[in-house]
Design a protein around this ligand. Structure first.
Ligand SMILES: CC(C)(COP(=O)(O)OP(=O)(O)OC[C@H]1O[C@@H](n2cnc3c(N)ncnc32)[C@H](O)[C@@H]1OP(=O)(O)O)[C@@H](O)C(=O)NCCC(=O)NCCS
Length: 172
């Protein structure tokens, strides 16, 4: 499966496919923070524009279909010029657990290393119950930096901790 994946930069023409992908992923609770109704065209436009202007967005294509996406962007303030923030990665549920996310995220970090020498730090946040995602990020060189107690609504009711993680150029 992974041999047939193409990793490339996202293009504005990918907007509808990325919207569809995010809505599909958001239909499964416990992954990304947004629920399906919160995956709006405006949300997609904001992160696509932000990544194009101040960061990086990649997609993974399989047989001409976008099956995964990753993006992050600089916050837009000069003191944070070395930081890529608000990272989100999604893989089509039909393609999860097959190496797609690893190939896409590895490609993303390789591009950061090679094409973005000013970026020293990449940040993300993941809910504590998303154990496989947290293990995945750790295996890519991200380190847990704390624990935001009770920050995010839990699928099982109540609230759970959000986990801030960062990848540093010299350590990742
Ligand atoms: C989290 C996500 C991006 C991982 O992508 P993926 O293509 O499913 O993951 P991969 O198959 O490349 O596996 C990468 C690692 O993730 C973990 N993993 C992925 N799927 C797993 C599963 N079903 N069970 C256990 N571990 C799993 C493993 O640690 C795996 O490590 P390995 O390569 O050493 O086996 C993807 O599952 C996804 O989009 N999930 C829903 C949205 C989400 O949670 N986004 C992240 C929000 S913070």
């Amino acid at each position: 499966m992974t041999e047939t994946l193409t990793i490339r930069k996202a293009d504005p023409a990918d907007r509808q496919a990325i919207l569809n992908l995010y809505q599909k992923v958001a239909s499964f609770p416990g992954g990304i923070a947004r629920v399906k109704d919160e995956i709006t065209p405006g949300y997609i436009d904001r992160f696509m524009n932000g990544a194009r202007e101040r960061g990086l967005e990649l997609v993974a294509e399989h047989a001409g279909r976008i099956v995964a996406e990753i993006h992050a962007a600089r916050p837009g303030i000069s003191v944070f010029h070395h930081v890529l923030s608000d990272l989100t990665i999604v893989v089509d549920p039909d393609f999860q657990g097959k190496g797609t996310g690893r190939k896409l995220f590895t490609g993303f970090l390789n591009r950061i290393r090679e094409e973005f020498p000013d970026i020293l730090r990449v940040e993300l946040i993941a809910r504590e119950s998303n154990r496989s995602a947290l293990r995945f990020y750790t295996s890519l060189g991200f380190r847990q930096e704390g624990r935001f107690e009770g920050r995010i609504h839990s699928v099982t009711g109540g609230f759970e901790a959000d986990i801030p993680m960062a990848w540093m150029r010299d350590q990742g």
